[in-house]
Design a protein around this ligand. Structure first.
Ligand code: BGC
Length: 421
């Protein structure tokens, strides 16, 4: 079932009345996710096919929009009304929140039988556990700090691929003069925050970034690094199109595909979009790290949790799904469409996928040099609650040119403090 706005409203009304829908058919697997763009939908179809091959019925609970914010709001409503789906895409510290409330099934038996310890990179295992028990299954590794380049626009404008911010702005000027939108940015708080997030990683470096956005250390949050990141964000404003309010990320990527824009800062789910539109890497588009983040890896891990089942059949269908997620077949096919790296490093990458190769190299380098950074804008460093307070400040700054970077820095600190209280 794809949730339209109407269906979403209906679900809110139902839950307000504490109306509980009849339990799903025993072997029906209802899966909440937010993969509704062209590339994402192709990836989701790999999940569906595997579940069906195992004799279960797939029930699509897709709630697109806002990189999962809408999906999480809907999930809360369903869970509170006593009717959560069997499986849901939940990420980062949010997993712990659901586990602490007692909603999630313990996956230790599956993890042990399937040797997850050997399959999941060590630094990412903790995210899947609550008090030492597995409560989530990871499926991939997205790198967030990518700058996507429309090669046709660059060639036409005589622009060079940027490797630092000076060359970024030179390229942006050339693209603008040639009539392109230099930097495509969808005007949704999470997209603006994704841009800010990668700029902060660049300006502050991974260690300082983590002090600010993982530890929420006062000194780091009030540092020059945060103010400089806001300044850089303000410098990018004139290079984005004014017509962007509310535009989703895939329509924004579409501007590069349709040769109207030159660049976009976005996680590598954008690659899934280029590929779904039959664009060729190296010919129509390419990827480079956001300037200054070449040696860092801002990670975003998609994972599934399983709500406590009502009976043995539901439990079995969850087990089948959880096992499938780490099979070579799922890992290879899903991630090829999704644009992400398989969570398993023994899975070969698709032939000729240079962005995936670069991503894997960057991950290994960052793992060795302690520069892996959980992405704030994608819910890997904090819960949605703190995250949304951060988004509000960044968004307010971006759309209010009168606010200074110094004021935004103070506002950010205050917002985080009160969200944590
Ligand atoms: C998710 C991706 C998804 C993207 C855009 C991210 O937060 O991790 O799986 O493709 O949002 O919807």
């Amino acid at each position: 079932m794809r949730l339209t706005l109407k269906a979403l409203c209906a679900s809110v009304i139902q839950s307000t009345l504490l109306y509980v829908t009849p339990a799903a058919h025993a072997s029906e697997v209802e899966v909440l996710h937010w993969w509704t763009s062209a590339g994402e939908a192709k990836a989701a179809s790999v999940l569906r096919a595997g579940i069906e091959q195992r004799g279960h019925q797939w029930r699509d609970f897709a709630v697109g929009g806002q990189a999962g914010i809408s999906a999480m709001n809907t999930l809360r409503i369903r869970a509170i009304s006593g009717n959560p789906p069997l499986a849901a895409q939940i990420k980062g510290p949010e997993i712990t929140e659901w586990a602490r409330l007692g909603f999630l099934r313990n996956l230790n038996d599956i993890a042990e039988a399937e040797h997850w310890e050997d399959k999941i990179p060590a630094p990412l295992r903790d995210v899947m556990q609550y008090q030492g028990d597995y409560v989530a299954a990871p499926i991939n590794i997205h790198r967030v700090n990518w700058l996507w380049i429309n090669l046709r626009a660059f060639e036409d404008a005589g622009a060079a691929i940027p490797h630092d911010f000076e060359s970024f702005f030179t390229a942006a000027d050339k693209l603008q003069q040639a009539g392109y939108i230099p930097l495509a940015l969808g005007g949704e708080p999470w997209q603006v925050a994704t841009l800010f997030d990668t700029l902060a990683l660049s300006v502050m470096g991974p260690e300082h970034y983590q002090q600010a956005f993982l530890d929420f250390d006062r000194e780091a949050l009030l540092s020059d690094g945060v103010t400089k990141s806001f300044s850089l964000l303000a410098q990018m404003r004139p290079y984005t199109d004014s017509d962007n309010l509310g535009r989703n990320w895939s329509d924004t990527t579409r501007l590069l595909i349709d040769n109207q824009a030159g660049m976009q800062v976005m996680g590598d789910w954008a690659k899934g979009e280029f590929l779904a539109a039959d664009q060729q890497e190296g010919k129509s588009f390419t990827c480079v790290a956001v300037p200054g983040t070449e040696q860092a890896f801002s990670y975003n891990i998609d994972s599934f949790v399983f709500f406590k089942p009502n009976n043995a059949e539901e439990r079995q269908s969850q087990t089948d799904m959880a096992e499938y997620l780490l099979t070579p077949q799922f890992q290879r096919d899903f991630n090829r469409y999704k644009g992400s790296l398989p969570i398993r490093f023994d899975i070969p990458l698709p032939n000729g996928d240079t962005c995936a190769e670069k991503s894997r190299q960057a991950f290994l380098y960052a793992e060795q040099h302690n520069t892996l950074s959980p992405s704030m804008s994608h819910g890997l460093s904090t819960t949605r609650y703190v995250q949304s307070a951060i988004f509000d400040v960044i968004n307010e700054f971006f759309y209010n040119p009168k606010q200074t970077p110094e004021e935004a820095t103070q506002a950010l600190y205050r917002a985080i403090l009160s969200a944590q209280a």
